[in-house]
Design a protein around this ligand. Structure first.
Ligand code: 2AM
Ligand code: CA
Length: 265
């Protein structure tokens, strides 16, 4: 597989999709709900996913596509080449803020991440990596991630997880929130992963994300020496929903050993 060619195509399509999304800012959105009243989708999410699917199918007819809005293939294995696409990650932000959302596109071969592209449309910042060839923000290569301590870290996480909720004991993350230098919440998993990649935050935690939320980000983070697992420290399978812990290398180990193994959940 000529990954350089696949990467060039993918980036070109992502930039085109970004133009379409920016054009939509002046249009009236058609907003619908999915699994619950706060789980939103718009006509733009659907149109952008279909745009990618048409491009991939025409150019790489043997590749399969796993897309959030369900216009791709029914993907139950990662055999062969699979594109994992979230046309808009952070749809609630897209609707309410017209910023803090991203296009997220990962390409995997036999379960191994090969290409990760995340486009922060509102800031025109394209984060991209081909495995083994470095990770970049626009044309600037990102440096490898350094070690960090909890007390000097900013940790991205949603306040939901320290409120009573039906996924974890809400007391589990309290010591980590207390010991960290600060916490932040952006509402877009793809950009929160990219913020770990650039060092704007040191770790990102979520209790439940889908493959399209994390596929591209994991390629970029791992290229920089960061660590991507679920909260038990196990690798993700990119086929099912899972929890997520993304962090700088030593910090990841510390969070698992000193905080997450202590709690019952
Ligand atoms: P989305 O905007 O593509 O739905 C918000 O905290 C982050 O979690 C976003 O990346 C959002 O992706 C994702 N998210 C929101 N609801 C979700 C759900 N029910 N399952 C998995 N991920 C979700
Ligand atoms: Ca989405």
């Amino acid at each position: 597989m000529d990954w350089h060619y696949v990467d060039l195509q993918a980036k070109q399509w992502v930039m085109e999709a970004g133009d379409k999304i920016r054009d939509s800012f002046t249009e009236t959105l058609n907003i619908q709900t999915k699994s619950n009243p706060n789980d939103l989708v718009t006509n733009i999410d659907k149109e952008i996913e279909q745009f990618f699917i048409n491009k991939v199918r025409k150019t790489f007819p043997n590749h399969r596509i796993l897309g959030e809005e369900g216009f791709g293939d029914e993907v139950n294995t990662l055999d062969g080449v699979v594109w994992i696409i979230d046309p808009i990650d952070g749809t609630m932000n897209f609707i309410h803020q017209q910023r803090n959302f991203a296009i997220s596109l990962g390409v995997f071969e036999n379960g191994i991440g090969k290409i990760g592209i995340i486009y922060d449309v509102a800031h025109d910042e394209l984060y991209h990596a081909v495995t083994g060839q470095g990770a970049f923000m626009n044309d600037t290569e990102l440096p490898p991630l350094n070690q960090a301590t909890v007390k000097e870290s900013i940790i991205a996480l949603n306040a939901t997880w320290v409120m009573e909720n039906h996924r974890i004991d809400h007391n589990l993350l309290k010591p980590l929130v207390r010991d960290a230098r600060g916490t932040r919440s952006y509402g877009t998993a793809a950009l929160e992963m990219v913020f770990v990649a650039t060092g704007r935050v040191d770790a990102y935690i979520s209790m439940r994300l889908s493959p399209w939320d994390v596929a591209a980000g994991s390629v970029i983070i791992e290229e920089l020496g960061g660590v991507v697992t679920n909260l038990r420290g196990n690798k993700l399978d990119f086929l099912s929903k899972d929890s997520l812990l993304v962090a700088k290398p030593g910090l990841h180990q510390t969070i698992i050993n000193d905080y997450l193994k202590q709690g019952k959940w």
